[in-house]
Design a protein around this ligand. Structure first.
Ligand code: 1GP
Length: 247
């Protein structure tokens, strides 16, 4: 099964996957090896690499360092076409469907297309829905787009439906890295119950209870970045939630 099929399988079978987000700007290649070993021990299902900005130039080095000790699939979560990197296994080919910024709906994708086609990466067509997380985040600022209000699950659902109808394979609902509040369980439930494609949820999840709440509300994949960067010991408990309840 390729990664797209694996994610759809999670949706079809009521199973869950836990993903760690690594921003290469926030970690050295040396630290990556330690993180990868912890991900292995915790049986983390997926690792996402990327960030809204890229101040450093070591994405490939970081992915190779990770892969030198781990077989966990690496998925790019690119903030720009410059982040396409062949060392990964797959790429979230994102369209910011919650925004009305044509550059991020289709413009950057046109720029990235030839590089993506030549990369050999598995491409995961992803409708990306940015949701208000209580504070302006890097992605809301950089994308010039208004996030979906956090108390408007119907807007999130109609946006997800539109993306699904346009042929996207995955919906990623994100409150943005470092959000003050994660996406509400009401919004996750509303979207998850009414779409047929897998739902990834992330942004502002700080503890095990937050991971559990997102899974219980219907996310197939829960992504945590910041909280794990601050405290690596969270990986085991967070990853265990996906296995304990839904394996
Ligand atoms: C951000 O969904 C990810 O795009 C993860 O967010 O860093 O807040 O966990 P955090």
């Amino acid at each position: 099964m390729n990664i797209k099929q694996q994610l759809q399988h999670l949706k079809n079978e009521g199973k869950k996957a836990f993903a760690v987000l690594i921003d290469p700007d926030d970690i050295s290649p040396e630290k990556i090896v330690e993180l990868a070993k912890r991900c292995n021990a915790a049986k983390v299902d997926l690792v996402l690499f990327g960030g809204s900005l890229m101040l450093s130039d070591h994405m490939e080095h970081c992915i190779n360092a990770f892969k030198s000790v781990s077989q966990i699939p690496v998925i790019l979560f690119p903030g720009s076409p410059a982040q396409v990197c062949k060392a990964a296994d797959a790429l979230l080919f994102l369209s910011l469907v919650s925004g009305r910024n044509a550059e991020l709906l289709i413009g950057q994708q046109v720029v990235a297309a030839p590089v993506v086609k030549a990369s050999g990466l598995e491409v995961l067509a992803t409708g990306y829905i940015l949701v208000d997380g209580g504070v302006p985040t890097t992605v809301s600022y950089m994308s010039h787009s208004a996030p979906v209000p956090r108390n408007k699950p119907d807007i999130a659902l109609c946006t997800a439906w539109a993306a699904e109808l346009m042929g996207q394979s995955i919906i990623y609902m994100d409150a943005g890295s470092g959000a003050q509040y994660p996406i509400s369980t009401q919004m996750i439930e509303k979207v998850s119950r009414n779409i047929d494609i897998p739902l990834i949820v992330g942004g502002g999840i700080k503890d095990v209870a937050g991971v559990r709440a997102a899974f219980e509300a219907g996310a197939q994949v829960v992504v945590v970045g910041n909280a794990i960067e601050k405290d690596l010991s969270l990986i085991e408990e967070m990853s265990a939630v996906a296995k304990a309840v839904y394996a």
